[in-house]
Design a protein around this ligand. Structure first.
Ligand SMILES: NC(=O)c1ccc[n+]([C@@H]2O[C@H](COP(=O)([O-])OP(=O)(O)OC[C@H]3O[C@@H](n4cnc5c(N)ncnc54)[C@H](OP(=O)(O)O)[C@@H]3O)[C@@H](O)[C@H]2O)c1
Length: 208
């Protein structure tokens, strides 16, 4: 697939490297497509362009900007033409608090900002270390939860998460982002605030 990544930061480039390794073509959207950073990404085999061009050329988009920049980046991207938009952001405000919750979510806000896209929430509930390597001892894999209203967007999120090596889990419709975004804050609380380290991930245990 041709994957457009809006936001070539920690998350964007980690997902980009992993998905390129799984055989996907990567196009990053950058505010400065001629910058030194953009040049380095090109040398690594990716393409870099402005957001509107990336949205036109990609099959699937990933949103990986700071929450504070998400609306502006979406608006600069223009018409998504019904393509899946996989929202990896977390709507974090001052003091590690969520700006949306209980009866709304960042993903639902992203869908309102981008009515021409099919939004799925994915890649928000764990850190970049697990995006680079979701494998744990005893053959455990980090879980990656996906939720979307649109079946195609959901399947795109599940496939890309599985391509990266996650156990991809369908969490339901887009309102389930109201559960996935606080789950991201739980990970941040354990890994960063309580200093338990970033090499931890949520997984699912099952028995029949
Ligand atoms: N870090 C994690 O482990 C992690 C895990 C899960 C989810 N998340 C979420 O993923 C999102 C991205 O996190 P990140 O750690 O990748 O952030 P980051 O390293 O700061 O990267 C964000 C990128 O967004 C682009 N951008 C566009 N408009 C911007 C603006 N006005 N201000 C700043 N950057 C802008 C920048 O690329 P250009 O300069 O090239 O445009 C920048 O490199 C956040 O919403 C975060 O909550 C992070």
């Amino acid at each position: 697939m041709k994957i457009g990544i809006l936001g070539a930061g920690n998350v964007g480039t980690t997902l980009g490297r992993g998905l390129a390794g799984a055989g996907h073509e990567i196009i990053y959207a950058s505010r400065q497509p001629q910058s030194e950073k953009a040049q380095t990404l090109r040398e690594q085999g990716a393409q870099v362009a402005l957001a509107a061009e990336v949205v036109q050329r990609a099959d699937v988009l990933i949103l990986a900007t700071p929450w504070s920049a998400a609306q502006a980046v979406i608006e600069s991207a223009g018409d998504f033409g019904g393509k899946p938009l996989l929202d990896a952001t977390n709507p974090i405000g001052p003091g590690f608090t969520l700006t949306h919750g209980h009866n709304d979510s960042g993903a639902e806000q992203v869908q309102r900002w981008a009515p021409s896209a099919k939004v799925a929430k994915v890649f928000n509930t764990t850190g970049v270390e697990n995006m680079a390597n979701p494998a744990y001892p005893a053959e455990h894999r980090a879980a990656m939860f996906v939720c979307a209203d649109d079946e195609g967007a959901c399947q795109a999120g599940l496939k890309l998460a599985a391509d990266l090596g996650f156990e991809a889990v369908n969490a339901g419709d887009l309102t389930k982002a109201r559960l996935l975004e606080p789950t991201a804050l739980l990970w941040i609380n354990l890994a960063i605030i309580q200093k338990q380290g970033r090499n931890m991930a949520f997984g699912l245990l099952r028995r029949s």
